[in-house]
Design a protein around this ligand. Structure first.
Ligand code: NDP
Length: 520
């Protein structure tokens, strides 16, 4: 089987005209909610890659769009002993690198940025940090509301979270505290056992409503649009099931290699990096039942039901449903690139998979018999994220005497990257006196007729955390169900005898290992 792609390459394109009827709605009202209460955002791991590439640029983005509360504070915390001017100048450079630097607004934004040094394993050091945060709160009147963003290596999450608790900063509405929230970055553990263990550690000091497990994929505009498309239109729901859908393909592939993250990736591989979180979330959004209300817990309840319906893999026959690959040397966009094993920080005999195609089934009424093909990988022929719904062919071709026996079936593609758009492929008559069909696609470009600024996924996630909205964050039961599904697969894949046998090498810049053709 080829990677399940949009299949619309041969189709002619017709641009859909988007008309926005005047319903008396203020388009600006959709752009930014009212800012939250005043708060302090404490970034633990403030000298790291995530802070400089994502968190600070997106906080500034929110500031430019009036999304931050008044007052707000950002306190960077790391082990490195630097002073505040030095930290601010690093953050200024980060904004310039990210391309959203604006000098006049920066000067006022910079006044809200502070820096403290702390040792993430030392109680005394955290006592000093707690005092510093209380002093800043007194000075700037942020109502004792705090977000602790764990931009730290996962190995440090537990000790840092517990130290926050030990110095009294996790307690809400006591000792001068307002609300207290903790944001945890993926990975949420490395298997079921470690995920439970991490949760038990966090739960010592924080309750579930204080914990925000971030999955930035969920905060992408077009990912959120999946639910709007499905449940704000009556025409899709009746055909969104096993009677009309042949299969669903979810692809999240990229041209990039492991870049500078070999240390993390060698431990994680594609299944932990992409499947436990992003891929299964995209599956849940595509497959879930409509919740009765668009509220965080109701939406997450429905997602959890999808995870419960995941059919466990027959690990003895893993190759029937799973292809794993690792990129060999090749060329991407005409540039020669090295093999994964030659990347800095990667073992010369590494068996870490950088590609996976997984055929997943859901054992429930709606989806019985409909395969979901989930594909993710590095160093492939393109960067693409999309969900493709392949409908069944027409049951009877009344055109078969004049046209060919088979007519291409309809396909609806929800494009997430590079283009945020919805594409419907269908058949029409070719203009002219003879009876000919042509396959056309109709595109809706997500940004058409809209001049609203689009928030980056991290900006949206930060905003929701300030507002206390859990909709776009993982709940622990979902995390555990996904690990419960994946852990036996990982155990089998990582068993010494099988590891090499299961791994297929593919040329960088290709569509992935040839073995994907065996998955039907
Ligand atoms: P980095 O290694 O770049 O930064 C880690 C930060 O943690 C540094 O500021 C480091 O600063 C600090 N730190 C504190 N204690 C330790 C310790 N014991 N060992 C090493 N560093 C320590 O990591 P990233 O910024 O890339 O990632 C942070 C978290 O975000 C990770 O959990 C990662 O999985 C997750 N993540 C990152 C993404 C990204 O794009 N970077 C994307 C998705 C998730 P100092 O040494 O000064 O104390």
């Amino acid at each position: 089987m080829q990677r399940k792609n949009t299949g619309s390459e041969a189709a002619e394109n017709v641009m859909a005209t988007v008309r926005t009827p005047d319903l008396g709605l203020d388009p600006d009202a959709c752009v930014m909610p009212e800012p939250s209460d005043p708060c302090t955002i404490v970034i633990l791991g403030a000298t790291g890659d995530l802070t400089t590439r994502k968190l600070l640029p997106q906080l500034f983005n929110l500031y430019l769009n009036n999304g931050l509360p008044d007052p707000f504070l950002i306190v960077g915390v790391s082990r490195v002993d630097i002073d505040e001017p030095e930290f601010r100048s690093r953050m200024q450079a980060a904004l310039k690198n990210a391309g959203n630097y604006e000098k006049t607004r920066w000067l006022s934004f910079a006044r809200a940025i502070h820096y403290r040094t702390a040792d993430f394993t030392n109680l005394e050091s955290f006592k000093h940090l707690a005092q510093a945060l209380r002093d800043l709160n007194q000075q700037y009147k942020t109502n004792g509301n705090r977000i602790f963003y764990m931009a730290l290596p996962p190995s440090v999450y537990k000790s840092a979270a517990h130290l926050i608790g030990q110095v009294g900063l996790a307690d809400e509405r006591q000792n001068g505290n307002g609300w207290s929230r903790i944001v945890v970055e993926k990975p949420f553990g490395t298997d079921l056992k470690t995920a439970i263990d991490l949760d038990q550690s966090l739960s010592r000091d924080f309750t579930e409503h204080q914990i925000f497990r971030i999955d930035h994929y969920l905060a992408k505009e077009t990912v959120q649009n999946v639910l709007m498309l499905r449940f704000a239109n009556s025409m899709f729901e009746p055909i969104w099931n096993r009677r009309y859908v042949e299969y669903i393909a979810i692809n999240a592939i990229e041209e990039l290699g492991v870049e500078h993250r070999a240390g993390y990736y060698e431990q994680s591989g594609v299944l932990r990096d992409m499947f436990q979180n992003h891929m299964l979330q995209l599956l849940a959004l595509t497959a879930m039942e409509p919740p009765s209300r668009f509220e965080a817990d109701q939406v997450r309840d429905e997602k959890v039901k999808v995870f419960r319906a995941l059919r466990p893999f027959q690990v003895k026959n893993l190759t029937e449903n799973l292809v794993l690959g690792q990129y060999a040397a090749g060329a991407v966009n005409g540039n020669a690139v090295c093999a994964y094993r030659e990347e800095p920080g990667v073992a010369a005999d590494s068996l870490t998979p950088t590609f996976a195609l997984m055929k997943v089934n859901l054992d429930n009424w709606r989806w019985q018999g409909v395969p979901f093909y989930l594909t993710s990988g590095k160093r492939l022929d393109q960067k693409l994220t999309e969900i493709a719904i392949q409908f069944k062919s027409v049951p009877h071709s009344m055109f078969r005497h004049t046209l060919s026996e088979t007519i291409p079936a309809n396909r609806l593609v929800l494009g997430i990257y590079p283009e945020e758009k919805i594409t419907l492929t269908f058949q029409t008559k070719n203009p002219g006196a003879t009876v000919c069909l042509r396959t056309v696609t109709m595109d809706f470009n997500y940004h058409q007729n809209s001049s609203s600024p689009i928030l980056d996924a991290y900006a949206r996630a930060l905003l929701d955390c300030m507002l206390g909205d859990h909709m776009l964050f993982w709940r622990q039961d979902g995390v555990e169900l996904c690990w419960k599904f994946l852990t036996p697969i990982l155990d089998r894949c990582e068993a010494c005898d099988d590891q090499a046998e299961l791994l297929h090498f593919y040329e960088a810049g290709s569509k992935g290992p040839k073995a994907i053709e065996g998955i039907t």
